[in-house]
Design a protein around this ligand. Structure first.
Ligand SMILES: [Zn+2]
Ligand SMILES: [Zn+2]
Length: 355
């Protein structure tokens, strides 16, 4: 049973589950709330975010009109590797421990994670674990009960709710504290982050393919960063509001097809909140829609990623049947949602003759 299970609204690990299909026994709908506390604005952050987004818009114009072809071609690649530092690293590897990685792969993920600048892995994972355990309550850092804007970027423009701080202190982070690389990144973050997220993406294009300082800074540093920020924030905002809930209709997270290609596999959010220990964050779909899983699978093939955790189709089926909203596709032969025409049209060969 999860600690403080009276007020938790979600599971974080398999061991938190109270039912055999990975769920909680109580009706979590009643616990999802906000006290409507008056927000204390942090003006420095607000001004910085406004400047940043305006600079990124200027970056879009530069990308379309002034950038070299090399920059134009490499920009999507830079975007993808940056996002993998959050989706594969901070999220699936460290926050949820869905697989293990050797030192070289952890170094790659830490580098990409610093390139993404969403705070150190230790801080990101702490906030995210609290988000899963106390989803849609005042302890949830990006509580979507406060609306789309708050859960997208607003939570970074105000002081944290005291409940976020209190529950954040209670959450177990001992595994991260034992990871020397994670603690190294946390200790030297203010040195590493500016170098990796801003200096490197500005200097490399200038020296490697003669890009201008103006384009390098606004496109490869700022626009790249702001775009990945917003793509990841969409998981906290839109994917907690709009879409279907095939696995559990009582929780807010949704499986949302909008921009699924750009979500790096993180758009299957209803599945993810139901089974957060699955390294795929989804039932196995086409790889083209889930770059993060393909990335982890590649390193598993190399032997650098191992102990990949997954959920059995049988467990998923049981959960879908008990708590899903009915939008899950037909399971296969015998599913009660299978339409009678399909049953009638099916050819069954090699049938046993009953004598
Ligand atoms: Zn998660
Ligand atoms: Zn979520």
């Amino acid at each position: 049973m999860p600690p403080n299970s009276k007020d938790t609204t979600g599971v974080l690990y398999e061991s938190d589950a109270e039912t055999i299909d990975g769920g909680l026994i109580k009706d979590v709908g009643k616990l999802k709330t906000t006290d409507g506390r008056k927000l204390q604005l942090v003006w420095v952050n607000i001004v910085l975010f406004v400047i940043l987004h305006l600079s990124a818009l200027y970056g879009v114009w530069l990308l379309l009109t002034k950038a070299t072809w090399t920059t134009v071609l490499l920009f999507p690649f830079a975007l993808i590797v940056t996002a993998l530092g959050i989706s594969g690293g901070a999220h699936r590897l460290w926050a949820h421990r869905t697989f293990k990685a050797n030192v070289p792969l952890r170094l790659i993920f830490l580098f990409l994670n610093t390139l993404a600048f969403q705070d150190a892995v230790y801080i990101w994972a702490r906030d995210h674990r609290v988000h899963h355990k106390y989803a849609e309550t005042d302890a949830d850092p990006y509580n979507s009960e406060r609306g789309w804007f708050f859960s997208h970027i607003g939570w970074l423009c105000v002081r944290k709710h005291p409940q976020v701080v209190e529950k954040g202190k209670q959450i177990d982070l001992s595994d991260l504290e034992q990871d020397r690389l994670v603690m190294f990144q946390k200790k030297y973050y203010l040195l590493l982050m500016p170098l990796i997220c801003f200096v490197l993406p500005t200097v490399l294009p200038m020296y490697l393919w003669g890009e201008s300082l103006n384009v390098s800074w606004h496109v490869m540093a700022l626009l790249r960063w702001v775009t990945t920020l917003n793509l990841i924030w969409l998981v906290n905002s839109s994917a907690h509001m709009y879409g279907k809930r095939p696995y559990d209709k009582k929780i807010s997270p949704t499986d949302e097809s909008f921009l699924i290609w750009l979500r790096f596999g993180e758009g299957y959010h209803n599945y993810h909140h139901v089974f957060p220990w699955d390294y795929k964050s989804a039932e196995l779909g086409p790889y083209s829609r889930d770059l993060t899983t393909a990335f982890i699978n590649f390193f598993a093939w190399l032997g650098w990623a191992y102990d990949l955790k997954s959920v059995s189709p049988d467990l998923v089926r049981r959960r879908v049947q008990r708590t899903g909203d009915g939008s899950h596709p037909v399971w296969g032969w015998g599913d009660k949602d299978q339409c009678s025409e399909d049953v009638a049209d099916t050819t069954i060969t090699h049938q046993r003759v009953v004598r």
